[in-house]
Ligand binder design. Sequence first.
Ligand SMILES: NC(=O)C1=CN([C@@H]2O[C@H](COP(=O)(O)OP(=O)(O)OC[C@H]3O[C@@H](n4cnc5c(N)ncnc54)[C@H](O)[C@@H]3O)[C@@H](O)[C@H]2O)[C@H](O)CC1
Ligand code: K
Length: 535
Amino acid sequence: MSIDFRNWSSGAITTLEMRVIDRNAVYMGIDRHILMENAGRSVATVVLEKYPSARRVLVVAGLGDNGGDGLVAARYLHSWSRDVKVVLLGRISDAREELVTDNLGILKGINIDIIEAPTQYELLASQELFHPWAEVIIDAIIGTGIRGILREPQATAIELINKSSAYKVAVDIPSGLDPDTGEVRDIAVKAHVTVTMHRPKTGLIKEGVNQYVGELMVADIGVPEEVEHVVGPGDLYYLNYARRADSKKGDNGRILFIGGSREFTGAIYLAAKAALRTGVDLSIVMAPRDVARDIRAHDPSIIAMPLDGDYLALNHIDQIMEQVGKSHVIAIGPGLGLREETMKAVVELVSRAVGIGKRVVIDADAIKAIGELRRQDLITKNVVVTPHAGEFKWLTGVDVTEEKPWSRATVVRDTVKSILRGGVVLLKGNVDVITDGQRYKVNFTGNPGMTVGGTGDVLTGVVSALMVKVQDPLEAAAIGAFITGLAGDLTVKELGYHITPVDVIENIPKVFRKLMSVDSVIASSIHSQSLMLIG
Ligand SMILES: NC(=O)C1=CN([C@@H]2O[C@H](COP(=O)(O)OP(=O)(O)OC[C@H]3O[C@@H](n4cnc5c(N)ncnc54)[C@H](O)[C@@H]3O)[C@@H](O)[C@H]2O)[C@H](O)CC1
Ligand SMILES: [K+]
């Protein structure tokens, strides 16, 4: 196996997962020109390996990045003394993608024929290049960017490729095949070999696709495995922002926050407020009477419902369960205190909420209750727990002392795997680890200014809000850690180490606006902190 290609047995991913990895690679400082250069070179390497005696190579290139890969391959094969021609399915002036225009510019400067074929007729005028001229044809028409039914001249180009007796190499995906499902709605290139980038795509290993894919080779394009585990702007691709025009109050998120006690009134409020600022319709707090009264007096945007007495107790359960049934997500813990009866009530509430399929976020004193009463079994697939190191020890008995983020992440993953049943743990720290015992992600945003009390409650609110719209609880927790850390970074940038959790909450909308406006993520190494991203 040459260094460029990977032995792979499984690990196939969807194109969405690939887009997330792609964007986070840029976030970690890997420029997309590097990825395309490596992709194209890998394709050229396969041509030489599979057909070393070939002299005449035809590259059929679309105007997207798949075409860009083909243009890079053309350049390398030209440098390796092959006679290369490029049929471009469009005009050079139509190219929009920066990576494509850059590579077209290079080819225009060297001695390579580029035949512009924006229409079926201009394409047919060059059909003898497909046969009998070409000994090898590189299919760089369409890759993961296929949308809808095949248009011209791509459809005719695919037909000409399939009619040719040349050796066919598909770039990333045989054009015309659905990269996620393996479906061929119209026609697709029947390649001898497919060189796919970074990881196999799910559509390439489906039953019956072999006639199109041929031999599958996975090219290493320079994306280290850590990129799959870092939380970055790419993870926001899992967040569905869309709101239906006919939405009514509550449709876009109704979260129930259970917390507070005679001693602690602020924590549960901060969590509820942070959820509103993250973007839900209703944050409802159920708390002991005085806490509810204070929240109502302080902030009318939060609905605060009183519970008799000064602490959460078992006799509150039926009243709370009425609200649980109406809520998308239940968040429990901040400020509850550790009285015996409160802990029993926590366990009972979590058990019932999980029992009726609700998504639950467990934080702070509720974590201690779960640990103290040995009910880790409640942390199942719809549950996210957000401990700091001390609470993690309550929950698992393990003291995570490993400092280096990547080895710490695998220690935490393995600990969670051995103790919990599929729930998600977000272990807060200067570097957060998010894991379900199988997968893990590492979040680098945030800064020492966030040691101020209350930022953990903010995180609980942000994660709870994201649990409404992000389908995968692990990604909801990961994005929550990322956003909360970015909001903290922005706030420290504005105020220095003088921040309060309310300042962080008020900056959450700015972080979302910034992330949504950053078209091509500014490549910023993790170590130059995420402030670059805020810009
Ligand atoms: N990290 C990576 O995965 C990298 C992947 N690379 C390559 O980039 C492509 C994806 O590029 P993208 O620009 O998103 O789209 P495509 O080029 O695949 O397709 C768009 C191209 O195709 C035309 N098109 C789309 N649908 C149709 C249709 N139904 N009929 C006709 N034509 C269609 C569209 O007009 C565009 O011209 C990926 O596959 C990799 O090859 C990069 O190399 C970098 C890293
Ligand atoms: K292709």
